[in-house]
Design a protein around this ligand. Structure first.
Ligand SMILES: [Zn+2]
Length: 345
């Protein structure tokens, strides 16, 4: 219904959006009229949007709350929490890592324009994300064959559990009438390049890579995280920056789907953390993993839990838990697919 072309926020600064809103007289038209008309200010070489403008645009309550560095914006349907100088934020309690930390500058609270366009807007206005209908989903169980992936404390190999998880997600998607493909169906090695090629040549509309995580020390991290591709020119989230982020600032094939990638990642992470209460929400993150960088269809990579954490490993080794995890992931994919229907509001 409403389109927000890429880079709408950038390069158009003419009309203050509040004027556009007043002229349009409310309703949907107001948002359409307001598109692209955020005023931006430049700080440290980046464009930022004033949080007061953002609050009005997304119809958060006028009296939003700031306590020290913590800011909470609420509307009837949404709660958006963030902290000044911190990349971590929460939309409806789902953890999301912003590309840039919000700032306090020139007496205003500022959020980077690229975060408004590519992180927040796809979540807050899913109907404005480009409709790319989902008929066929390609599932990508990580590793396989000589590539075992990570190994848990009970010598559980990631490659087996990723495949099991993918097979469970596949059954659920098929039961919901979605066509599926897999990059591997048995314990065989498939290169990352071949996986991306398969995604690009198979006619699939969506690509979901499934992995299990590891970290040191073993008793440390646990929980679920969902990755989408880092937008061009920006750095990836956290410790992965060095391996999968920095140094590559060019536009990648996957970047054409930045907004779709974010919506898909958010919906999977949201369903996983809502449906599996005991799991820790490690958030929606950004990285330049090959399989999500080189795929030309919307793509995410789900790290379903830490095999290195004995407690989480124990859960992941039960079929019952893997089924719940698969159901949550499938649910997120189906919600995304519904949002992509041409008739979706
Ligand atoms: Zn893996």
């Amino acid at each position: 219904m409403m389109r927000m072309p890429r880079a709408t926020f950038a390069r158009r600064r003419a009309a203050p959006w509040i004027l556009a809103l007043a002229m349009a007289g409310g309703g949907c038209g107001a948002l359409r009229a307001a598109e692209g008309s955020f005023n931006t200010v430049r700080v440290g070489g980046r464009n930022y949007v004033n949080v007061a403008d953002l609050a009005r645009f997304y119809r958060f309550d006028r009296n939003w709350k700031q306590t020290g560095l913590d800011v909470t914006l609420r509307s009837k349907w949404r709660v958006f929490r963030f902290r000044v100088n911190n990349r971590e934020c929460f939309v409806n309690n789902v953890r999301i890592w912003l590309n840039d930390a919000p700032l306090m500058a020139r007496n205003s609270l500022l959020i980077s324009e690229v975060d408004v366009e590519k992180t927040l807007d796809p979540i807050l206005r899913p109907w404005a994300v480009r409709k790319l209908p989902v008929r066929t989903v390609m599932l990508d169980p990580g590793h396989g064959g000589e590539d075992q992936g990570t190994t848990g404390t009970r010598r559980s190999f990631e490659k087996y559990y990723a495949l099991d998880l993918a097979a469970r997600v596949e059954r659920l998607l098929r039961a919901a009438g979605v066509r599926t493909l897999m990059t591997r169906r048995r314990d065989a090695y498939v290169s990352l390049e071949d996986r991306a090629d398969m995604a690009n040549s198979s006619g699939a509309d969506l690509f979901v890579s499934l992995h299990l995580n590891s970290a040191k020390p073993a008793r440390g991290p646990r929980g679920i995280e969902t990755y989408c591709l880092t937008p061009a020119g920006l750095s990836s989230t956290g410790a992965l920056s060095r391996r999968f982020g920095l140094g590559r600032f060019a536009e990648e094939p996957g970047n054409r789907n930045d907004r779709n990638n974010m919506l898909l990642a958010f919906l999977i992470q949201q369903r996983a953390t809502e449906r599996i209460r005991e799991v820790e929400d490690r958030g929606v993150k950004r990285a330049r993993f090959h399989v999500i960088r080189a795929t030309r269809i919307p793509a995410v990579l789900v790290e379903g839990g830490f095999l290195s954490n004995p407690e989480e490993e124990k859960r992941l080794l039960t079929a019952d838990y893997r089924q719940r995890l698969a159901a949550a992931i499938a649910d997120g994919i189906l919600r995304y697919a519904r949002a992509m229907k041409p008739s979706a509001p």
